[in-house]
Design a protein around this ligand. Structure first.
Ligand code: ADP
Ligand code: MG
Length: 651
């Protein structure tokens, strides 16, 4: 007898379960997706012991007829696909016909379902893949699936399950994600007697964000609106429409991991490095490298433009036009941030820094199955991100290991405040450590108009400087409140954008050095020099190699003083060597501009007269991104009139 035989269905299902059912949250994901595909408008989930003891999902979808219900547990049984051509344009969340048999093979499963067409419902019991009982029963329309004792027959898998809070957090994060993608549906999640999430239908994503996270988070988010871009189709006259909607945070939100990035493609929750990279590129020079925004992105396109059949858990996708999609996301995010110019309200709202009382507990749980895996690996090589010949202009940044910003070059700014009691911003960056005032009231319903107070840096244009605080911060009065502007970073931003513009126009003003400056280079710097010599020239440095390990600088941009030339050139070479090895010329260019901006900007502890302050505010108002400096630090804070009046008990 031959040695090869066909595996029994049960073994095959358990093998498939190895890929599809990783943990309780993966069961929840498959069942949720089935309920959504079934057209349900109400999805109620109960779990016990983090989903290890019980997962139950009840929906009011189309239900299944008796024969279909039995068939659903056969391998590759699906109602969503019938031929290979369908596979090229999948519009449902499921299509592989693997989930139910896989889950049933590693748990005790109970299915109760009734289709509209039938007067009685069907109840099916399965344990470890074995059909135990099929009964007729009076049931409401829809489907309830109960999964008990996950992995009871696969002890090896059971051992890998984490603690209850961890598994629960994964489930909560997942249900929260899906509830955000479907604001028009009811979602409920309970763990034992605890309500973790409970949201009723609303007409807009904005309202769902409010329901899930509370009003405070919403005020810190910028609505992307709807961005659309077309890509020419294969046939003449056909175009493929891409649409991007969602919410992103302003530059004041700087998270240490990607857990607050929610990506959906055609309603499917995915993890995708290409989209993630497009998003973070939109924030380049707005938040420090190695930090991440909050983002909720919904990308919709023709199902034929995206291959979802990449991985059994269907959480990865492949775009036909990867590079186009990457740039579309990057540009849309950047444009939105430019136009909305979000400003940090002071006292800094607590929402992103600490859990908000109003947010649903499920939303506050920290883990995200879909972003964690992205965390672990190093940035993908470009070849993985983009198909050959589609290299984008930006490549992955090298993430800094900690939250700390890259220290600013040169001596770190020191404050010489006389009064140590004075509440001052802490020099560590991220969410600024301002002394917290009363946290705005987040209770009650969605107050009309107030959740998205139109605060932005347009207001800079009408500011009137009042004076300077500690010769470092400009205090200014505006129609809508009191402003504090960090003079150094403000000027840094102004110069940064000015240098970029001059570079683009090829019109950098240079000054000849009286005596050429000779710089000795390390081997690494010498290699980098060869690579970026042209960029240095573009930025206004006339340099020439002298032998193998030295260069002579003959001219430098007029903005920086002769005394600083050496430091700036070395700094540029160092960044190029240490962090930017894989960076594009575009990124190096921006770094060169940031370096010049930082050196040439007015410092703190420097007195400014009124004219200078007025000039600075005016120029800042004209900037494209006046909200943060090129290293990602906030530039301006605003105490709104409302906060001021409230604090004086006048409202
Ligand atoms: P897939 O979703 O890939 O088709 P599944 O194994 O998840 O495969 O489900 C098999 C089939 O069972 C589905 O195609 C669908 O017809 C049916 N089904 C599963 N869950 C539900 C549900 N909640 N309501 C109605 N039909 C369902
Ligand atoms: Mg399915």
């Amino acid at each position: 007898m031959g040695r090869i035989h066909i595996l029994s269905d049960n073994v095959a299902n358990q093998i498939a379960a190895g890929e599809v059912v990783e943990r309780p949250a993966s069961v929840v994901k498959e069942l949720l997706e089935n309920s959504l595909d079934a057209g349900s408008t109400e999805l109620r989930l109960d779990v016990e012991n983090g989903g290890r003891r019980l997962i139950r999902i009840a929906d009011n979808g189309c239900g299944m007829m008796r024969d279909d219900a039995l068939l659903a547990f056969e391998r590759h049984a699906t109602s969503k696909l019938s031929n290979v051509r369908d596979l090229l344009a999948i519009a449902t969340l499921g299509f592989r016909g693997e989930a139910l048999p896989s889950i049933a093979s590693v748990s005790r499963l109970l299915l109760e379902t009734r289709a509209e067409e039938e007067s009685t419902g069907t109840r099916i019991e399965i344990a470890g893949g074995k059909l135990l009982k099929v009964e007729e029963m009076a049931l409401p329309r829809g489907t309830t699936i109960t999964v008990r004792d996950l992995f009871f027959n696969v002890p090896a898998r059971k051992k890998f399950l984490r603690t209850e809070p961890t598994e629960l957090a994964h489930i909560a994060s997942l249900v929260t994600h899906y509830s955000l993608a479907h604001p028009d549906k009811t979602f409920q999640l309970r763990n034992g007697a605890n309500d973790l999430l409970s949201v009723t239908p609303v007409s807009e994503i904005r309202e769902r964000v409010f329901q899930v996270f509370g009003s405070q988070v919403l005020t810190e988010l910028v609505d992307l609106g709807t961005h659309e871009r077309e890509f020419p189709g294969d046939e003449v006259g056909i175009v493929n429409q891409y649409r991007l909607r969602g919410f992103v945070s302003g530059p004041q939100v700087q998270k240490l991991n990607r857990n607050s990035i929610y990506l959906f493609v055609n309603g499917r929750l995915i993890r995708d490095r290409l989209l993630l990279h497009g998003l973070t590129s939109g924030y380049a020079q707005l938040i420090p490298p190695g930090t991440y925004p909050f983002a909720l992105l919904f990308l919709d396109c023709d199902p034929g433009e995206v291959d979802v059949n990449v991985h059994p858990s269907k959480t990865e996708v492949r775009f036909r036009q990867g590079s186009f999609v990457h740039d579309f996301v990057r540009d849309s995010v950047r444009r939105t941030l430019t136009q909305s110019r979000p400003i940090i309200a002071a006292p800094a709202p607590a929402s992103f820094a600490q859990p908000v009382a109003f947010a649903q507990p499920g939303a506050a749980l920290p883990y995200s199955e879909f972003t964690q895996t992205l965390e672990s690996g190093p940035p993908p090589p470009p070849s993985e991100l983009f198909a050959a010949g589609e290299l984008p202009t930006h490549l992955p940044e090298v993430a800094l290991p900690s939250w700390q910003l890259r220290p600013e070059p040169g001596p770190s700014p020191r404050f010489d405040f006389g009064d140590p009691q004075l509440p001052m911003p802490s020099p560590t960056l991220g969410h600024p450590g301002f002394v917290r005032g009363p946290v705005p009231d987040t209770h009650g319903g969605l107050p009309a108009g107030s959740y998205a107070e139109a605060v932005n840096l347009e207001a800079l244009k009408d500011l009137r400087p009042i004076g300077q605080l500690h010769e470092s911060f400009i205090i200014a009065a505006g129609r809508d409140g009191l402003w504090i502007i960090d003079q150094h970073v403000a000027h840094e931003r102004i110069l940064f954008e000015q240098v970029l513009r001059q570079q683009a126009a090829g019109k950098v003003e240079r000054q000849q050095l009286l005596v050429p400056l000779v710089l000795e280079l390390t081997a690494g710097q010498a290699i980098e020099y060869e690579r970026i010599a042209q960029e240095l020239d573009r930025a206004g440095f006339d340099t020439a190699p002298m032998g193998r390990r030295a260069i002579a600088v003959q001219a430098a941009p007029a903005d920086i003083g002769p005394a600083q030339v050496e430091r700036v050139v070395l700094e540029i070479l160092e960044t190029a060597e240490s962090e930017m090895r894989r960076a594009s010329l575009e990124e190096i260019r921006r770094n060169v501009a940031a370096s010049i901006g930082c050196r040439a900007a007015i410092k703190i502890n420097m007195a400014l007269d009124m004219t200078k302050m007025e000039w600075l505010l005016k120029k800042l108002g004209e900037c494209e991104y006046p909200m943060s400096c090129p290293h990602g630090r906030p530039i301006a804070l605003r105490y709104s009139m409302r906060e001021i009046l409230k604090s004086f008990h006048r409202i």
